[in-house]
Write a protein that binds this ligand. Structure first.
Ligand code: ADP
Ligand code: MG
Length: 258
């Protein structure tokens, strides 16, 4: 628990620093995007300079997306929480998930049709799912299997105190892959901001997830075995006004391409 606290404080400090930089940087980027957009509209498309400006516009948009991630990570973005059914969020993202995951990864959804709601910002839930799925894909360059699971769960005192959360009713969101897995060292550091083992990783995926889940008074667990795969499980407290979801019953297999 103490380690968790130190971790949280460390993230807090880095988060604030990153947030300040990201905020200023975002203003600069917005100006570049704006002016390059303006230039684009003034230059004839046949003009060889058009392409240069287009590149500037595209790349600064990419940079702005990264900054957006940084801002989200540092909680500088306003959040709007409402009772959210995670199944519905997943349903809305399914097409995109299957597209991101690609041809050689089998994709399975095992969603509890009686899943209760959590008090959340939908964008943040989407962010969590995106980050976990991106990681799963990147862990399976040679193909494999992805499972997205949800279920209601009661967390008792013992489990709760071990994880620094309150006992009670939770929703579990799990993302499992049959990818390369993590060794002990990676497992230890994977939630740290900017920790990455990838050539062009940002190291912000899991720390963002960690930050969001922590703020929602939930917790994250990693189960991973080298060369076998990884399961990331997220536990979020059920919304107090929780109602049964009207989502369709589902254990669906989505085969690639269909
Ligand atoms: P990034 O993906 O940019 O490297 P993340 O914060 O998303 O940053 O992940 C941090 C690190 O944790 C990754 O570089 C990788 O080593 C490890 N990791 C995360 N998810 C998985 C996974 N599903 N399988 C194997 N390793 C993972
Ligand atoms: Mg990632």
């Amino acid at each position: 628990l103490e380690i968790q606290l130190i971790q949280a404080q460390k993230m807090e400090a880095i988060g604030r620093l990153v947030g300040t930089i990201a905020h200023d940087f975002n203003n600069v980027l917005q100006a570049i995007i704006g002016y390059s957009q303006l230039l684009l509209s003034k230059i004839n498309k046949n003009d060889p300079r058009w392409n240069y400006v287009y590149q500037i516009n595209t790349i600064s948009n990419e940079a702005a997306n990264l900054v957006k991630q940084l801002l989200l990570f540092s909680r500088k973005q306003p959040i709007e929480t409402i009772p959210v059914n995670i199944n519905q969020v997943i349903d809305n993202m399914k097409e995109m998930i299957v597209r991101i995951i690609g041809e050689n990864i089998e994709c399975k959804f095992s969603l509890d049709r009686k899943l209760r709601e959590v008090e959340a910002d939908i964008t943040q839930i989407e962010q969590i799912i995106m980050n976990l799925i991106t990681n799963a894909k990147e862990a399976m360059p040679g193909g494999g299997r992805l499972i997205v699971e949800t279920k209601n769960l009661k967390i008792d005192k013992a489990f709760a105190s071990m994880r620094g959360i309150e006992p009670g009713d939770y929703v579990m969101l799990g993302v499992a892959d049959t990818g390369k897995g993590m060794d002990e060292k990676i497992k230890q550091h994977c939630f740290e901001p900017f920790f990455t083992t990838k050539k062009d990783g940002t190291g912000l995926g899991l720390s963002t997830v960690y930050g969001i889940v922590n703020r929602m008074k939930g917790c994250v667990r990693v189960y991973s075995e080298l060369y076998k795969g990884t399961i990331i499980k997220i536990y979020l407290p059920q919304a107090k006004t929780a109602v049964l979801s009207s989502a369709k019953p589902e254990i669906t297999d989505i085969s690639p391409g269909g």
